[in-house]
Structures are given as C-alpha cells and as structure tokens.
Design a protein around this ligand. Structure first.
Ligand code: FMN
Length: 373
C-alpha cells in the first residue's frame, strides 16, 4: 500500500507537478517549497498524516555512528535548508538525517542573480548562491528550544566576503562561527565544515594543505563536543585529494568526509553545452557530480577507510545510485537534486528499495554492505 502511494506521488510529480514547477523561477519555487515544509513541520497533525506514507522503519537500515542513531542512511545535503527551517518536517518525509546551512559567521545576501538554474536535460542544477545565509547567530536563535526527531547538523563555512585578506582573518571567521554553535545550546548532532564552496568571491580558500592545516589547527583548540564532517571538493586531482586526506585524517575530531560538493567543470561530459551556456556563472549539481563522487568514495575508502567514515553525495536519483555509493565505501548518503527531479517521495523509495537490495545481496545491514565493491 505504502509503495503504491509513493509510486503515485512520484508519477504525479514527474508528469504534472514538475512540468508546472519548471516553468517558474527556481528561486521562487525553492522559497515556496521551504515555506510549505516549515508550515507542515509546525503541525503535529500534518506530520501524523504524512509520516505513515513516507517513513521507512527497517532494522537493516539503522546504524549507530559517531554516537548518533541513524534510522536510515539517506540525509538532506547542505544548501537546500540554508536557513534551518525544515528540521521539523524532514523526518516525516523519510529522511534519516539532515544538514542545515551552509551557515557563516556573518550573513550574506547571495551572489548576483541568477543564483539558481535548472538544466533538465543534464539532470543538474546551476548553483551560484555563494553561501547566502542569515548568519550563525540569527539561524541558531531560530533553533533555540527546538527538539529534533533525527540527527540534525549544521554546515559551517567561511563568510563570503572579499574583506578577508589573510588566511588568519579567514580562519578566525570560521572559528568564531563554530564557537557560537558550540555555546548555542541547540541539540545538534554533528557539524559539517564546508571547505569546498566553489562560488565564493573571497580570495582565500582552504584547498591548499597549508591553509587547511592552519584552519584545522585553530579548530582543534575548540575541543568539539560533536563529530565534525569535512565537505570535500570533487573537482580536484586524486593527488590533491590524497594530500588533503593525509592531513584531515590526522585530526581525530574529524569523523567523516563528505564526497562531495558541486561540479566546477563546465565542460563535463554530462553537461549539455546548450544548457550550460544559459548560465555564465555558477557550478553544477546532480548527474555531473555522480561519477566523480563515486570515484572519490572508492579511492578514499581504499586508502583511508580504516581511519575515517565516508558520506556519499552527488547525483543520487535512485536507490541503485545510493546503494552503489554505499558499496563503494559510503556509510551514509546525502542528496538534493534527486528530490527536485524525482519528487518528495524519493527518499522513502530509496529506503524501501535499499532494504530489498541488501536482502538480495545477503546483507543484514547497511554496515555489512559498506565498501564491498
Ligand atoms: C541549491 C543548492 C545549494 C547548495 N548549497 C550548498 C551549501 O550551502 N553548502 C554545501 O556544502 N553544499 C551546497 N550544495 C551542494 C550540495 O550539498 C551537494 O554537495 C551537491 O548538490 C551534490 O549533491 P546532489 O547531486 O544530490 O544535489 C548546494 C547544492 C544545491 C543544489
């Protein structure tokens, strides 16, 4: 019964709702979708109605990692809920965890428009928000006195400003944001450290191991109360990724890496050039991220899998996509673009199918499947 309802929602979304939504400015649709999600999340009654349709409870999907209990391995990636307004509704839609943000120390209104675009034939979104957000103090204030039904984390990055001229200034900005999060009292389960936003105006980044080391050394002094996951770039060479991983795995408070962020390569074979040309700025989500994310998961699992966990992110549109990332080495997965293309039932469908795929392969749990190919 649950399966049929989900298939019907998916069908209606794909053949009717999406066709209409895709005619309207994506930023307007995003804003309205978040407002609707927040509204639904505030009512116990709506959650009671929605939950039985979307939630998946199966012991094979459950994991205990970094001191957090995950009911299933599928989470919302950073960027969709950048104002932390969806924490109350996402568990009812079947998500196993969710990241709010990326949030920065100071607020940022976003890069010059367009900040968001659709590339339907490339199965991708153009993203040029540059970490638009309300700033950490205001965002966490809105989460005060909230309780969460599933692990909620926030992604923290460097304020998008050209004013930081030195690495120290940039590092201090990130440290201050984490300090505010640590004393906020909000019952967060984890932090993401976003070092890989590709559309920043700032001259300072943390890709070089020397800048990254300065940042991680400074953050070490905070003695984090929660696990930290580092959100990695995907548009880097294997050697660059290995250099970053050699460094990251020296810090015991970093419990996982997320592989990874947006595709920077405008000539990536998955991108239809006709669609790309509509957007002179920005980077790309969805299908153009898929292969590189998969490849890096495999690489990092083989070389560092004993030291650190992996969260797979990039181009998940189906249970098969999620399962492949798990078998390559990811303990958890995250997505955004799949939801936009497939509909709000996608996470539940992925979870239902994952249960079957695990059984088919003779695994009693996700943990057993991790890194098996
Ligand atoms: C609209 C949008 C905004 C995003 N903003 C952020 C962000 O603020 N921080 C971040 O770490 N990643 C951000 N990302 C990247 C996603 O978290 C994810 O890494 C990427 O989209 C690949 O996953 P997907 O193919 O499932 O969308 C954003 C992606 C999208 C589509």
């Amino acid at each position: 019964m649950q399966k049929s309802i989900l298939s019907l929602i998916g069908f209606l979304y794909k053949y009717f709702v999406r066709k209409i939504l895709f005619l309207i400015n994506p930023e307007i649709i995003h804003r309205q979708a978040v407002a609707a999600g927040q509204f639904l999340g505030e009512s116990k009654l709506t959650k009671k109605i929605i939950s039985p349709i979307f939630r998946s409870k199966d012991a094979s999907l459950q994991q205990s990692l970094f001191g957090c209990a995950f009911n299933n391995p599928v989470g919302l990636a950073a960027g969709f809920d950048y104002e932390a307004r969806l924490t109350q509704i996402l568990p009812s839609l079947g998500f196993g965890f969710g990241t709010a943000g990326t949030i920065t120390y100071l607020p940022y209104d976003g890069n010059p428009r367009p900040m968001l675009g659709r590339l339907p034939r490339s199965r991708s979104l153009m993203v040029n928000k540059g970490l638009k957000n309300l700033g950490i103090a205001k965002t966490l204030e809105s989460l005060k006195n909230k309780t969460f039904e599933y692990p909620v984390g926030i992604s923290i990055g460097k304020t998008n400003t050209a004013r930081h001229k030195t690495t120290e200034e940039a590092v201090n900005d990130v440290v201050r944001a984490f300090e505010i999060a640590e004393i906020s009292g909000v019952p967060l389960s984890y932090y993401e450290l976003n070092i890989s936003c590709p559309n920043l105006i700032s001259p300072i980044d943390f890709y070089s191991t020397s800048n990254l080391k300065t940042l991680l050394d400074a953050l070490s002094l905070l003695y984090f109360s929660k696990p930290v996951f580092v959100k990695m770039p995907i548009s880097k060479s294997d050697n660059e990724i290995k250099e970053m991983m050699d460094l990251i795995t020296q810090y015991r408070w970093i419990k996982a890496v997320i592989l990874g962020n947006l595709q920077r390569d405008r000539n990536h074979p998955s991108l239809m050039q006709k669609e790309v040309k509509k957007f002179p700025q920005g980077n790309f989500s969805g299908l153009p991220c898929q292969n590189q994310s998969d490849r890096l998961i495999s690489l990092v699992y083989k070389e560092y899998g004993q030291k650190i966990k992996i969260i797979g992110c990039g181009g998940i549109f189906s249970a098969q996509d999620a399962y492949r990332k798990i078998k390559l080495g990811a303990s958890l997965v995250q997505l955004i673009t799949g939801l936009v293309f497939e509909g709000p039932q996608l996470v539940s469908q992925i979870n239902q199918k994952l249960v079957k795929l695990l059984k088919q392969d003779g695994y009693a749990s996700i943990k057993e499947a991790v890194g098996t190919i």
